[in-house]
Ligand binder design. Structure first.
Ligand code: KG4
Ligand code: ZN
Length: 352
């Protein structure tokens, strides 16, 4: 039986996010007003390995979890006793990392006597468009149906949002995610981790037309594929090195970044042609990329509808988006039990 929770515009949600390598906590009022949003990144720990090492990630989550929650409460000028709802990511993600966040959330729920709600990380990313600090407007309005591109390290999905909790995946990557392709490409170019920001930085002085990388298409579908593009880069570097154009690694980075961006923008363009929508949203770590933000914004002119994305700090993993998603989920579906489990793969609910 579904028991929805009575929540109000004053309800304070503590959000907890540990699905990958960020330990994050946030306090959000009324599901949308961000009172605090604290993220402890582990980039320094994983950089030497060129990618996230799951065992190291979970251990660091364990070390800093309570410190991160205390910091979020402090920045919100609230105490644990003020919290009305605990929202936590329970998938998809690294199971060991998720277990730390979910176990901590259960502890906070028991300590406060407040309800617990599990959140799908992808629903969180979508919600990043609907949360904002009290003095700012959220990026998106609840204009449905909306089309949402989630481009992160683990996912590249095109989602038709018919309302909060009513989602249809209309396209997804068949192999690598966009962020994963950028991370792998950065490794090939010797640019470090995380790859997306490193490539963006290196690309600043490069020529995006310097090298002609492919724009992979998956025929007769809205799906993406980035594996071929990555292979093209590996082959290019093996054959020509990084200096062939005279522009150095900057040209390779700019050309590769442009190929990823063009592929994503084409996916969004085709999806909104096939599915009539009232708004286009972009989110996930790759949505922090300036080239993508500028190109996708151009679609406003041709489609004549709002094309929105969150501020950069809400694109990458954070707990404000989890608190926001948890609030609306608890309102629709009620809380979860203390037996809440974690899932490395967790399908997005088609409809509650
Ligand atoms: O959403 P996110 O923080 O974590 C996942 O859910 O995966 O996304 C992380 C991904 C990484 O692949 C990272 O390289 C990429 O987002 N990313 C970027 C930028 N910032 C983060 N990609 C391109 N440009 C950026 N500025
Ligand atoms: Zn994410």
């Amino acid at each position: 039986m579904i028991m929805s929770l009575k929540l109000s515009s004053k309800t304070l949600t503590l959000g907890i996010e540990t699905s990958c390598d960020e330990t994050a906590a946030a306090v959000v009022e009324g599901g949308q007003r961000i009172l605090s949003n604290y993220v402890a990144t582990q980039d320094d720990l994983h950089a030497v390995f060129g990618g996230v090492v799951p065992e190291i990630a979970s251990r660091r989550h364990t070390e800093v979890m309570t410190i991160v929650v205390d910091e979020a409460l402090k920045q919100a000028e609230r105490t644990l006793g003020d919290i009305d709802l605990i929202a936590v990511t329970h998938g998809p993600g690294l199971e060991g990392s998720l277990l730390v966040g979910v176990s901590a959330a259960k502890g906070y729920a028991i300590a406060t006597g407040r309800p617990l709600v599990g959140v799908n990380h992808l629903e969180g990313h979508m919600m990043s468009n609907f949360v904002a600090p009290p003095e700012e407007e959220p990026a998106a309005q609840p204009l449905f149906p909306s089309l949402c591109l989630i481009a992160s390290g683990g996912h590249t999905d095109l989602i038709l949002i018919r309302g909060f909790g009513d989602y249809q995946i209309i396209g997804q990557t068949r192999d690598d995610a966009a962020g994963e392709a950028l991370d792998k490409a950065a490794r090939v170019m010797g640019l470090g981790y995380p790859g997306g920001p490193a490539i963006e930085q290196a690309a600043l002085s490069g020529n995006p037309q310097g090298i002609s990388f492919p724009r992979p298409v998956v025929k007769n579908s809205l799906d993406f594929s980035f594996a071929g593009l990555k292979t093209a880069l590996v082959r290019y570097v093996q054959e020509h090195g990084l200096e062939a154009t005279g522009g150095g690694v900057a040209d390779v980075a700019a050309s590769f970044q442009q190929a990823v961006v063009d592929t994503l923008v084409r996916g969004v363009t085709e999806a909104q042609e096939e599915f009539p929508v009232r708004q286009i949203m972009v989110c996930g770590g790759v949505a922090a990329n300036t080239t993508l933000r500028l190109s996708i914004k151009q679609l406003e002119k041709t489609t004549r509808m709002p094309v929105v994305f969150p501020p950069r700090d809400l694109c990458t993993d954070n707990a404000a988006m989890i608190a926001g998603a948890g609030y609306f989920r608890a309102q629709r579906q009620g809380p979860d039990g203390l037996d809440l489990d974690v899932f490395s793969a967790l399908p997005l609910a088609e409809a509650d």
